[in-house]
Design a protein around this ligand. Structure first.
Ligand SMILES: C[S@@+](CC[C@H](N)C(=O)[O-])C[C@H]1O[C@@H](n2cnc3c(N)ncnc32)[C@H](O)[C@@H]1O
Length: 260
């Protein structure tokens, strides 16, 4: 749906944090060209297995750190018409889930442990990205990736980022606001947000009789654009020309004063 909204057939879509290739599957199903980058070979293998099983044509999936691969793509002058990605939600995948147990902050968990999910977290490799180290390191790694994304995106085109907020250590973290700030610093313009109510997430009751803790059942799709460079009016061009001439004249005068 997002790929169809933001691109036309045969246009080129990038997912710099491709995981098991959701964006690339969308490209194959809608006649777009896709390039994914993923540092974990396990997810790349799953993507290829899914394409095989479902007889879906594969797209280009590059293995490596997005920062290095994006530098290579920029050097080879590869440009994209749209970026769609689901960033790691800081350390969401590393935080122990309560899975039916309960505790006060700092205490051991009590109650019944239900080990429903056998899925491993998304960032469980030895080459784990910086986000495991702390919020600032996560923000730095996101900035490094989106700076490079900005370079390879065609002007006037869009970049959509999936992000969810997080309750951790007794505090609510507005990761969508962090991402909005990081992409603005890099040069993108925030155009809006789509709230995605994730029906697969059940509502839970946390902290009853002690404190209010949110049950998070929504995520955001933050929509950014790389604006085209504004065309200058004749008056603006003349103004710049005059300012340049004045600058040259005054620097010439300075040389004369120094020489004399
Ligand atoms: C939230 S998941 C993406 C899920 C994806 N939408 C899917 O369909 O599977 C984020 C992915 O980014 C990858 N990743 C994190 N840091 C990376 C980096 N620096 N370079 C490349 N991949 C990275 C993780 O391994 C993880 O698979």
């Amino acid at each position: 749906m997002l790929v169809r909204t933001f691109t036309k057939e045969n246009e080129h879509v990038l997912d710099p944090l491709a995981g098991v290739g959701g964006t690339l599957l969308g490209c194959s199903l809608s006649g777009r060209k896709g390039t994914g980058i993923e540092m974990n070979q396990e997810w790349i293998d799953i993507y290829h297995q899914v394409c095989d099983l479902e007889s879906v044509p594969t797209q280009e999936m590059r293995h490596g750190d997005a920062r290095e691969v994006l530098d290579d793509l920029a050097k080879s002058k590869t440009r994209f018409d749209y970026i769609l990605t689901d960033v790691p939600y800081w350390k969401m995948d590393r935080v122990e889930k309560s899975r039916g147990t309960f505790k006060k902050v700092g205490e051991d968990a009590k109650g019944v442990f239900s080990d429903k999910s056998k899925l491993s977290p998304f960032n469980n490799t030895a080459t784990a990205p910086l986000e495991s180290l702390g919020k600032d390191a996560w923000k730095r790694s996101m900035k490094e990736i989106f700076e490079r994304c900005f370079k390879v995106l065609e002007p006037g085109r869009y970049c959509c980022v999936f992000i969810g907020n997080m309750y951790h250590g007794g505090k609510y973290h507005l990761l969508n606001a962090d991402i909005a700030g990081i992409l603005a610093d890099v040069g993108f313009t925030l155009k809006g947000e789509i709230v995605w109510y994730d029906v697969s997430n059940n509502l839970h009751l946390y902290g009853i009789n002690y404190s209010w803790i949110p049950s998070i059942v929504h995520q955001f799709i933050m929509v950014f654009r790389k604006e085209r460079k504004k065309k200058l009016t004749k008056e603006e061009r003349n103004g710049i020309e005059k300012a340049n001439i004045n600058r040259i004249k005054t620097s010439g005068m300075r040389h004369e004063i120094i020489d004399s």
